[in-house]
Design a protein around this ligand. Structure first.
Ligand SMILES: [Zn+2]
Length: 374
């Protein structure tokens, strides 16, 4: 996988580039909409592709492994064909969901034994098996199995999880290289830097993982309950340790006003369930801040949700109509709200990218900071 760096901000760490995947180019920095169950909830694929022009989406290995199963997806031609999505797909390793959704898990050197949250069946994820599952999907970008801790964690616990993460990354990566040689696939596997909130552990982890010479690197173990200033601090110290000519991905962040903050720290890729999950709960992100659509002040508001947004929802409907759909519990609300929120995130990233290319990113960042958090 080739990562082409196009521009770098002279005063911050912001970068603009193009990530060439087997399913097309992805302009960075990029926000990846989350399609947990091989669907971005509420959005048909044609809207994702044509209206939103998303170039890459994320799907969750844990969920698709349990249902419908990776073998079935392989039989049906892989995840792209199964879900009729022609562009790039990134899948996680399943580790984060095992640690957050499944109880009765048992970690050993071999891997993590867990029970399905659906029916209680026992399964084992190993560094090798999660690679095989993602190969069955045919993901463009796969992630290694890592050990995720919640916040706060002691230095000793974080060190032990980080060291295991490094060992698992080595075995997973070696397995991936063997499979790659056998099959000739062009996918990439990204290792994940762990180490909780400890700078020395993050640094040690990054150093070890660099030996793998991977196509890209992720920073994991964030958005696990820590204050957002701390997440930014960890990224600020970790990102410069990663190779300049490879994409850097921060997993599971953030709010709209945090996107330029991560980009300013040298991050190229992000994903988060916030735009889609909040949309379904009636929380909409606009250029003027958050709109909580159930509030009575929108009852007879004829204005569009966001006059500066070009999405179908904003072009077509009033806040009053959206509020009515939400209050009535109509399915269409979720679709229209998700369309808008995802568009807002993708537009934000496109503006950030444009400002980096034009050399005006510092002014863009200053304006976002002056506007305060949304
Ligand atoms: Zn809109």
């Amino acid at each position: 996988m080739l990562f082409e760096l196009q521009a770098q901000c002279a005063t911050t760490g912001a970068r603009a580039g193009i990530l060439h995947t087997p399913h097309g180019p992805v302009e960075t920095p990029v926000f990846m909409p989350v399609g947990t169950q091989a669907t971005v909830k509420g959005l048909p694929q044609c809207w994702l592709e044509q209206d939103l022009d998303a170039k890459i989406i994320l799907a969750n290995t844990y969920h698709l492994f349990l249902r419908p199963g990776h073998e079935l997806i392989r039989e049906l031609g892989g995840l792209h064909k199964f879900m009729s999505w022609p562009r790039a797909i990134l899948t996680d390793s399943g580790g984060f969901q095992v640690f957050s959704l499944s109880d009765l898990r048992k970690i050993s050197e071999e891997g993590v034994l867990f029970r399905s949250h659906l029916n209680g069946d026992a399964h084992l994820f190993t560094p090798e098996s999660t690679v095989d599952v993602q190969l069955a999907f045919g993901s463009d970008i796969m992630m290694v199995l890592d050990e995720c801790l919640s916040y706060p964690a002691s230095h000793a616990a974080a060190q032990s999880a980080m060291e295991r993460t490094v060992r698992w990354a080595r075995s997973g990566y070696n397995h991936f290289l063997r499979r790659k040689e056998e099959t000739g696939i062009r996918s990439s596997l990204f290792p994940i830097v762990q180490g909780s909130m400890f700078a020395d552990l993050r640094s040690a982890c990054a150093n070890e993982l660099l030996e793998l010479n991977a196509d890209g690197y992720a920073i994991g173990g964030l958005s696990v309950g820590e204050p957002r200033a701390l997440s930014l601090e960890v990224v600020e110290t970790t990102a410069p340790l990663l190779p300049e000519n490879r994409p850097r991905y921060v997993m599971g962040v953030g709010m709209p006003d945090e996107l330029p903050e991560y980009v300013a720290r040298g991050i190229d890729m992000m994903d988060c369930v916030l735009p889609s999950r909040n949309a379904r709960n009636g929380c909409l992100f606009t250029s003027a801040g958050k709109v909580i659509i159930k509030q009575s002040r929108y009852r007879n508001d004829p204005a569009p949700l966001d006059a500066r947004c070009g999405c179908y929802t904003c072009r077509t409907f009033s806040r009053a109509y959206l509020r009515h759909l939400f209050q009535a519990g109509e399915i269409l609300f979720s679709t229209l709200a998700t369309l808008h929120n995802v568009q807002h995130y993708l537009d934000t990233m496109r503006q950030i990218r444009q400002s980096i290319l034009l050399g005006t990113f510092p002014a863009y960042l200053a304006a976002v900071r002056a506007a305060g958090s949304v």
